[in-house]
Design a binder for this molecule. Structure first.
Ligand SMILES: NC(=O)c1ccc[n+]([C@@H]2O[C@H](COP(=O)([O-])OP(=O)(O)OC[C@H]3O[C@@H](n4cnc5c(N)ncnc54)[C@H](O)[C@@H]3O)[C@@H](O)[C@H]2O)c1
Length: 171
């Protein structure tokens, strides 16, 4: 029986990808897949040490260059530093994955404060707009540029216990 490798035609050579929140779990998986397909990868994560360690593992596993950068995606200064470091290291940006997102269950949704809701919106939604805006000058120069925004089913199937909160998951 013949087998078909669905990833055989998935090539990302010549691409430079930034993956936010890529130090662990889903983001690290995305970064590994992109690097495995030949992309040079930047992991931008609040936990800079873990981002660097994950980038090292990815580089060893895939053979594609990867770097990790400490970056808080709610900080404009950190975002710009990440963009500058990416362009300085790899010469451009063609792929952006806004993977960062976080929420937590609340026993009492009415106890969630306005500040918590606003901070959650900044982390989960505004950060993707800010990252994309900062990357756009380079994405426009790239061939086959793409932006991917991660979300959750909770956004369209809300439960009373999953209302937004501000607390950042500890790195
Ligand atoms: N895990 C799931 O079951 C699941 C389900 C649906 C959707 N998602 C979505 O997938 C994405 C990733 O989920 P996950 O479970 O891998 O997340 P995770 O919490 O395991 O990892 C998130 C990463 O983001 C980093 N991070 C947190 N705040 C940051 C900030 N301000 N700036 C930069 N980095 C920051 C953390 O250090 C961590 O490395 C999220 O958008 C999440 O909503 C996850």
């Amino acid at each position: 029986m013949s087998t078909y490798d669905a990833f055989a035609d998935f090539r990302m050579a010549d691409h430079v990808a930034i993956v936010t929140g890529g130090a662990q779990n889903i983001g690290a998986g995305i970064a590994t897949a992109l690097a495995g397909a030949g992309a040079r990868v930047v992991i931008a994560d609040l936990n800079g040490e873990k981002a660097k360690a994950t980038a090292e593992v990815i580089e060893q596993r895939t053979g594609s260059p990867a770097i990790g950068i400490g970056c808080d995606v709610t900080s404009d200064a950190d975002i710009q530093a990440c963009i500058d470091a990416t362009v300085g290291t790899f010469g451009g940006i063609s792929t952006l994955v806004n993977n960062v997102g976080w929420g937590e269950a609340n026993a009492d949704p009415f106890a969630v404060t306005e500040e918590q809701m606003v901070a959650s919106y900044r982390l989960n939604t505004v950060s993707a707009l800010r990252m994309t805006s900062a990357a756009v000058p380079y994405l426009r120069q790239a061939e086959n540029a793409s932006v991917t925004n991660s979300g959750s089913m909770v956004s369209f199937l809300p439960r009373s216990t999953s209302s937004p909160t501000a607390r950042r998951r500890p790195p």
